[in-house]
Design a binder for this molecule. Structure first.
Ligand code: SIN
Length: 499
C-alpha cells in the first residue's frame, strides 16, 4: 500500500474511527488509521464501562429516553438514525463480526440487559463493567488483520490539508517526522476534550485535536458548551477511576460525610436523576460536608461488578466502607457539526464519535449511548467517504510560526493554568464573570503557545494548542448561551431556565 496517499484517512482509533475504517474497507477503499495511541488504552472506548444501549422491541421508548435526558434538545432526525440503526449495527459488527461476548442472563442464552440512569427499561448490553475494552481489543485486532487497512500508531495529526473548502488529508507527525498524507476523504474520530480539565475519565491524550483542526480549517462547531461531568469518579490512591452508573442502576446510593442520603431531596429519581443533576449535587455535598461515598451495601458488589471490585482493591478502596466519589469531566456533547452521514461543513471532511456533534445528545447525553453513536455514525461515514479521488496535486498549507520550543516545565505549567481556568470557570457551574475571566486566561495561554508553535514542535505543544482552541470554543459558546439547559448551568439569580 502506498502510504503517501490513501482513499480514506481516519484520525483516531476508538469505536467511531474503527467503525469508519471498517465501513470504508467493506466498500473496497484503502484506509489509513492514524492514531496518537500506542496501546489500546489510548482510546476512550477502552475505558467505557457501562455498555452499549440497543432499542430491542421498543425503539420509541429508547428515543423518548434520549430526548428526555437531553432536556428536549436532541435532534429528531439524528435520533431516528441512531435508533433505527442501533440493533442491526450492534448485531452486524459487535456480535457477528467481532464476537463480543456480552453477558448473558441466568439461562445463558439471552442477553443480560442492564439499566442506567434515565433509561426506562433494561436495554444495555455489557461485559461486566468493562464493556469498552471487550469491544475495542477485538476491533483493533480485526482491522490490524484487514488487507485494506493500515493502522499507524504513535502518529498525531497536527493540521488538515484544506484547499478551497475541501479537505484532502492531514499533516501527520510521528516522532520528529512531519509529513503530508493525502486522502480522498478524511474522517475525524479524535475523541473528547478531557485533558482540558484537571479531572476527567478520558485518557490523557484527549486534547480535542480533531475539533481544533476542523475549526482552524474553517469547519463549523456546535453545542460546545455542553460538557458532561460524570457524578461518580473515585479519587483514592493513584489516578481517579470511573465508577459506572450501572452501580447506581443496581441500587447503590450516595451519602455525605454525615452518612445521610441527599439525592431524594434533590430529584424524584434520586441517584438515577440526569447526570448533570447528580453531578452538581455530589459536588455541593462534597464541598459542604467534605466527603461523598457510594454506598453499595444493598447488593453483592463483588459478585455483580468483579472488574470494579478489582479496581477498588488496586486503589486501596474497601467498597464495604463506601466508595469515595467526586464528579469529573466525562463527555463533550457538542463538537464538529455533522449531518446524518457524519459529513462536516467542509467538503470531504467527516467527523464521528465524541469529536462530532450529530445532534443525538443535544444538551445532555443519556448513559451508554456514546459507543452506539460512534458505531452507527462511524459505519455510515466510512461507507459515505469512499469513492472520492485523492488530489493529483499536493496540497500545501500555511503552517504558523517558527517559534522556539518551551522548556518542559513551561509547557506543563501552561497546561495546568488552562485546566485551572476550565475547572474554576467552565465546569459544572458557570457565571458570566467567570466565563469572561476564563476567556481572558485562555487567550493569554494561547498567546504563549503561538509563540512556541512550529510544525516540528514536539507533540505536547500541538496538543496544548488544540486544548486552547477547544477551551476557547467551549468558553465562548457557554458565554453566548444565557439559558441553563442540560449540562450547561449558569449560576445567577436571574438566569432564564429551559426546564
Ligand atoms: C458509565 O458507565 O457510567 C458511563 C457510561 C456512559 O457514559 O455512557
Amino acid at each position: 500500500m502506498d502510504h503517501s496517499t490513501t482513499d480514506v484517512l481516519v484520525l483516531g482509533s476508538g469505536i467511531a474511527g474503527l467503525s469508519a475504517a471498517l465501513g470504508a474497507a467493506r466498500e473496497g477503499a484503502s484506509v489509513t488509521v492514524a492514531t496518537k495511541a500506542t496501546q489500546p488504552e489510548g482510546a476512550s472506548t477502552w475505558w467505557a464501562q457501562g455498555g452499549i444501549a440497543v432499542a430491542r422491541t421498543a425503539p420509541r421508548r429508547f428515543k423518548e429516553d434520549i430526548h428526555t435526558a437531553s432536556s428536549g434538545t436532541s435532534d429528531p432526525e439524528a435520533l431516528d438514525v441512531l435508533v433505527q440503526n442501533a440493533d442491526a449495527a450492534v448485531r452486524d459488527v459487535l456480535i457477528d463480526t467481532l464476537e463480543v461476548d456480552f453477558d448473558t442472563g441466568g439461562d445463558g442464552a439471552s442477553f443480560d440487559y442492564g439499566r442506567e440512569a434515565a433509561h426506562s427499561e433494561d436495554r444495555i448490553l455489557h461485559v461486566d463493567a468493562s464493556t469498552g475494552k471487550h469491544i475495542h481489543e477485538p476491533f483493533l485486532n480485526c482491522l490490524a488483520a484487514h488487507d485494506r487497512v493500515a493502522i499507524r500508531g504513535n502518529t498525531a495529526a497536527i493540521d488538515l490539508l484544506e484547499r478551497d473548502g475541501a479537505v484532502h488529508g492531514a499533516l501527520l507527525k510521528s516522532g520528529d517526522e512531519v509529513r503530508r498524507l493525502h486522502a480522498g476523504a478524511t474522517v475525524l474520530a479524535t475523541g473528547g476534550i478531557g485533558a482540558l480539565y484537571g479531572r476527567s475519565t478520558n485518557p490523557a491524550g484527549a486534547t480535542g485535536d480533531g475539533i481544533a483542526m476542523a475549526h482552524r480549517a474553517g469547519a463549523t462547531t456546535t453545542d460546545m458548551e455542553f460538557v458532561q461531568f460524570h457524578p461518580t469518579v473515585c479519587v483514592a490512591d493513584g489516578d481517579p477511576f470511573l465508577v459506572s452508573e450501572a452501580v447506581r442502576g443496581e441500587g447503590a446510593v450516595l451519602r455525605n460525610a454525615a452518612g445521610d442520603r441527599f439525592m431524594p431531596a434533590v430529584h424524584e429519581d434520586a441517584e438515577l436523576a440526569p447526570r448533570d443533576v447528580v453531578a452538581r449535587a455530589v459536588e455541593q455535598e462534597h464541598k459542604r460536608t467534605g466527603r461523598v461515598v457510594l454506598d453499595v451495601s444493598s447488593f453483592d458488589f463483588a459478585e455483580t461488578f468483579p472488574d470494579l471490585t478489582a479496581m477498588c482493591a488496586e486503589h486501596g478502596v474497601d467498597p464495604s466502607a463506601g466508595i469515595p466519589v467526586v464528579p469529573a469531566e466525562h463527555f463533550l456533547c457538542g463538537g464538529v457539526d455533522v449531518d446524518t452521514h457524519g459529513r462536516a461543513s467542509l467538503d470531504r471532511l467527516y467527523a464521528v464519535g465524541e469529536c462530532a456533534r450529530t445532534g443525538v445528545h443535544g444538551a445532555n447525553r443519556l448513559a451508554s449511548t456514546s459507543l452506539l453513536e460512534g458505531l452507527v455514525w462511524g459505519l455510515r461515514a466510512g461507507t459515505d467517504a469512499t469513492g472520492t479521488t485523492v488530489p493529483s496535486q499536493p496540497v500545501s498549507i500555511s503552517t504558523t510560526g517558527a517559534g522556539s520550543p518551551p522548556p518542559d516545565e513551561a509547557l506543563r505549567a501552561a497546561f495546568e493554568r488552562l485546566q485551572q481556568a476550565m475547572d474554576e470557570h467552565v465546569g459544572l457551574r458557570r457565571t458570566p464573570d467567570g466565563l469572561q475571566q476564563a476567556r481572558h486566561d485562555i487567550r493569554s495561554i494561547g498567546a504563549d503557545v503561538d509563540a512556541w508553535m512550529d510544525p516540528s514542535a514536539r507533540r505536547g505543544v500541538h496538543e496544548l494548542r488544540s486544548a486552547c482552541t477547544g477551551a476557547r470554543l467551549i468558553a465562548e459558546a457557554a458565554a453566548a448561551n444565557e439559558t441553563s439547559v442540560g449540562c450547561h448551568y449558569m449560576e445567577r439569580p436571574d438566569a432564564p431556565s429551559a426546564s
